[in-house]
Write a protein that binds this ligand. Sequence first.
Ligand code: IPE
Ligand code: IPE
Ligand code: MG
Length: 250
Amino acid sequence: MAMNSTTEARTGANPAGPRHVAIIMDGNGRWAQMRGRPRLLGHHAGAKRVREIVEACPDLGVRYLTIFAFSTENWKRTQAEVAGLMSLFRRYIQREAQDLYRRGVRVRFIGDRIKLDPKLITLMDDLELLTSGNDRVHLTIALNYGGRDEVTRAAKRLAYEIEMGRLTHKDVDAETLAKFLDTRVLPDPDLVIRTSGEARISNFLLWQSAYAEYEFIDTLWPDFTAAEFGRIVHGYAMRDRRFGAVKAPA
Ligand code: IPE
Ligand code: IPE
Ligand code: MG
C-alpha cells in the first residue's frame, strides 16, 4: 500500500514500506497456559494465525514473509511437545498446500533438514515444488532453523569448495558466504517482528538482520491479527534507516 504523499514528504525515509518482513512467532505456550490448556493447543491456535497474515501481505506491499516455526534450540523441550509440533507441521502442510498454491504463495523452507522426520521432509519438498511457479507472496518457513547453525553450515560448504579446489581463500567475502546460506535467494529482512514481549532474537536470521528494523510487541502470537500487522508495517515508514551513513543535509 502506498503511503500518502504528506507522510512521504515528512519522513523521506521508507515510503515503499518493508519488502521483506520476518516474524518470530512467540507466545503460543503462554497463550494456552493462560487458559489452563496444554501448550500444544497454543501451537494449534498459532498455526491458524498464519493464513491471515500471509493473506494481508500483498495489499501491504510485503513481498517476502519469513516465519520462525521451530528453532535449533527447540529440541530442548519435552519429547511430547516436540513430537506434537512435528505432527502439527506435517498436518499443516497437508491441510494448507492446495490453498497456498491457489493463492499464489511460493513456499520455501530454511533450516537444517537432517534432523527432521523423512515424511515431513518429503512434504516440505513437495510443497516447495508445487508452489515453485508462484510469485505473489514468498513465504519462507524456518524449521529447525538457527542463525549460528546456518552460518556454520555455510562455512563448512565454503570450506569444502576450497578443499575441492573450486574456490580459494581469496574468494571468501560476505557476498560469497551469503551464497551458501539457506536464504541465498531471499533479500535481507527489512523488518523483524517478535510477539509475546520478549526483546531478544533467539538465533533468528543473525546474518541477514544485520540492518533490519525491529519491532517487539506484547501480543501473544495466537492473538496477532492482520490489523496489528498492518499498523506495524505502516509504522515502519516512519523509521529512518541510515545503514551507518550520515544523510546529506536537505
Ligand atoms: C513459539 O511459542 C512457538 C515455538 C517456539 C515453537 P512458544 O512455545 O515459545 O510459547 P511461549 O514462549 O512458551 O509462550
Ligand atoms: C523462538 O522462540 C523460536 C520460535 C519462535 C520458533 P523461543 O520461545 O524458542 O525463544 P526463547 O527460548 O524464549 O529465547
Ligand atoms: Mg517462546
